[in-house]
Ligand binder design. Sequence first.
Ligand SMILES: [Zn+2]
Length: 384
Amino acid sequence: MDPKELPPHFENKLDEITSSIRDIVEIESPSFGPDGINEVVDWIVSRAKEAIPDIEIERIAAEGRGEHLVIRAFGDLPGKPLFILGHTDTVHPTGSKEKNPTRIEDGNLYGCGTFDMKANIALMLEVFKSMKALGLRPARPVTILLACDEEVGSETGRPLVEREAANADYCFVFEPSAKGRIKTGRKGTSGYTLRARGIPAHAGLDPEKGASAVLELSKQIIAVSELNDPEAGTTVTVGTVKGGTTMNVVPEHAECTIDVRFTSLERAEKIEAALRGLSSDDERVELMLEGEINRPPMERTDAVIRLFEKAKGLAASFGYEIGETQVGGASDGNFVGALGVPVLDGLGIEGDGAHRLDEHVVVADIPKRASLLTLLLTNDLSEA
Ligand SMILES: [Zn+2]
């Protein structure tokens, strides 16, 4: 099939596709909301059964979170699977759809969790459905994993992501694009809480007997902030601070949270060592650090660059231009990249407002994005 015939095909299907997107977006599925998540999983399973021949479904329950979904298809094809990764949870609590109703306005499809990333799940299913109708098959077996706790750090999704990545040749992540651009690199993330415990005292009667946790923590925050190295791509941000009980007491407790982003694991380990090595200025105040490296960086390796160049060429075959970018935000793609599997992340429909109440995708991009996905699936992008 001539790639140039794909956009008009999906153009004709646009109403069907947008109505499918609206359906999945209407089911609210916040992280830690198992009922909504499972309802979304039910919806996906029933659509996938129609769209993809001979699928194998695995639903894995995560306590208090809902179910992770694995779909395997085209197992009769040779080669290791292409791994498609996404998530069913959103950051929006139940009831948010009153504030950002699912609707099309000014060429955008608004709704909570459209851009990040339910519109992309619906689109992927529509692409498989069209492939079936057009008699197209993917280039290799396909494994789809839709995790249910990506937005809250993937504590239970991570082992599944790594299990499937270990067996895959390359991976597409259907996270939001960056103004249409594909993400070929992501920083890794760590999160910590630094606590200080001092000695409480009356601020008027005997302040000298006290050791202020707030004062000590303030000094530590300056030291922590000095670990920033923007040129090396390392950022260290103290995001929240709390401490003390009331105005007239030398505070016993204080704590802050620290967000760290990095482009290599080596740097992450150095920062962690520096945080663990912090020592108090007032030795009566005890410092305690909790936390760890969460997601490793997704590095822009040579294999990633080659994969991107192939995708770019496929897009160009029907006159679609795609760019690439590297971002500070992490996704489950980071876990895949860390295993040496080349990843194209941010393959989702163009849009804006991730994690906000004006979240939307651009309707005009849907036929082009669907055409690109069709080509990415039907062409073998592996090195061999
Ligand atoms: Zn996401």
